[in-house]
Ligand binder design. Structure first.
Ligand SMILES: Cc1ncc(COP(=O)(O)O)c(C=O)c1O
Length: 374
């Protein structure tokens, strides 16, 4: 396979991320069949092939591709949890986790996160379930699968459903088997900023065939093979051109993850001597290196590094800040303090990371961080 390459370069700035692309010619070669058949959406051959290939890669039993990760979350929540009730979740996440819940008619109940791994704390989630919560929506933040098995055990013990926001987890593996066999369902984002992408895209992954069948109908307005609709759905279809880029990208993904890992290793080595920078622990056996988060000592210094690097053309991101519980649409009662999540949101900064990031730019980023903190 020829070496992959992006067609664009930004000379003076270092973006936070850049989508990985295969050589353009490979993508072009996939288009004539679409033009000839006229089959560009509604579950064409590329979408079916992509679902099969993703299932093999992760591995997972059932994969249903949809238009983006937010729709994947909404369909998974609706198919697994109905559309009513209190759901225990984390405020340390991207807005879509919380807005998807609210859009589907659920009421979020936030519990704090684990200080080391940033995922929903199992003990606090157990307390938050109370008698009335119907399910759990944890997030594998930055692709960290920590706590996933414990949270599934909790859900099973208390007879509640569990859906994972696995937007960051494509390509993550653990020693204990695939994380995509866990829980009732997981929702993946295949957005261009992710380590594996279809430009825009998402997928519901589930060990349960009946849930897979239900979300497949839901993504196509709710149509049954007979043409009847028993349960109204939505249009959440992934198109053939999106699936085609996914098929190519999957062939390069291991190469891209190795390149990301090399950059992450260099960051770790160069940051190790800096006492005021903490690099979170990675708990997966095979990480996807989707982001490179660091913790600064406090919000003042985090914001100073964010601004200074920005002035030097280095894009970083305060991800996730603010907590989703602090958005002004949230009821006041939910905007209470989650001490660990608040602390992490105030200290976190994601540094640039993508597979083609030049190693000299990694060194420059670390130099700028060091000089700003000096
Ligand atoms: C944790 C989390 N959940 C959900 C989403 C939504 O995915 P998408 O952008 O594909 O809709 C994202 C996107 O970055 C995310 O980070």
């Amino acid at each position: 396979m020829s070496k992959s390459s992006s067609t664009h370069r930004l000379a003076s700035t270092v973006p936070l991320t850049l989508p990985s692309f295969p050589p353009l010619a490979e993508y072009r070669a996939m288009l004539p069949s679409l033009w000839a058949s006229g089959s560009v959406t509604n579950g064409g051959p590329y979408v079916h092939e992509l679902e099969r290939r993703i299932a093999r890669y992760l591995p997972a039993r059932n994969v249903v591709a949809v238009g983006n990760g937010t729709l994947a979350l909404q369909l998974a929540l609706r198919a697994v949890g109905g559309a009513r009730g209190v759901v225990v979740t984390t405020p340390f996440t991207f807005a879509a986790t919380t807005t998807a819940l609210v859009w589907q008619g659920f009421t979020p109940r936030f519990a704090d996160i684990d200080r080391e791994t940033f995922v929903l704390d199992t003990e606090l989630a157990a307390d938050a379930l109370g008698r009335d919560a119907v399910g759990i929506l944890p997030v594998q933040v930055f692709g960290n699968p920590a706590g996933s098995r414990e949270l599934v055990a909790l859900a099973r013990e208390r007879s509640r459903w569990i859906v994972f926001d696995s937007a960051h987890s494509f390509g993550v593996r653990t020693d204990g088997g695939s994380i995509f066999h866990l829980g009732d369902a997981s929702a993946l984002s295949l957005h261009a900023t992710k380590s594996f992408h279809t430009f825009e895209g998402g997928a519901i992954v589930t060990p349960d065939r009946s849930i897979a069948r239900r979300v497949s109908r839901m993504r196509n307005f709710g149509f049954e093979p007979s043409g009847d609709i028993e349960e109204p759905g939505i249009n959440a279809k992934l198109t053939e051109p999106h699936a085609a880029i996914g098929l190519l990208n999957l062939g390069y993904l291991d190469e891209w993850i190795r390149a990301r890992a090399e950059r992450a290793r260099l960051y770790r080595d160069l940051l190790a001597p800096l006492r005021s920078v903490e690099v979170p622990r990675v708990t997966s056996a095979r990480h996807n290196h989707i982001y490179f988060p660091i913790l600064l000592p406090d919000r003042r210094r985090r914001d100073r590094v964010f601004r200074r690097l920005g002035e030097r053309g280095i894009r970083t991101r305060r991800y996730f800040f603010p907590l989703t519980s602090d958005f002004s649409f949230m009821p006041r009662a939910l905007r209470r303090r989650y001490p660990i999540a608040s602390e992490i949101a105030n200290r976190i900064l994601c540094l640039p990371l993508y597979h083609e990031l030049p190693l000299r730019e990694v060194r420059r980023v670390v130099r700028e961080v060091r000089e700003t903190l000096a």
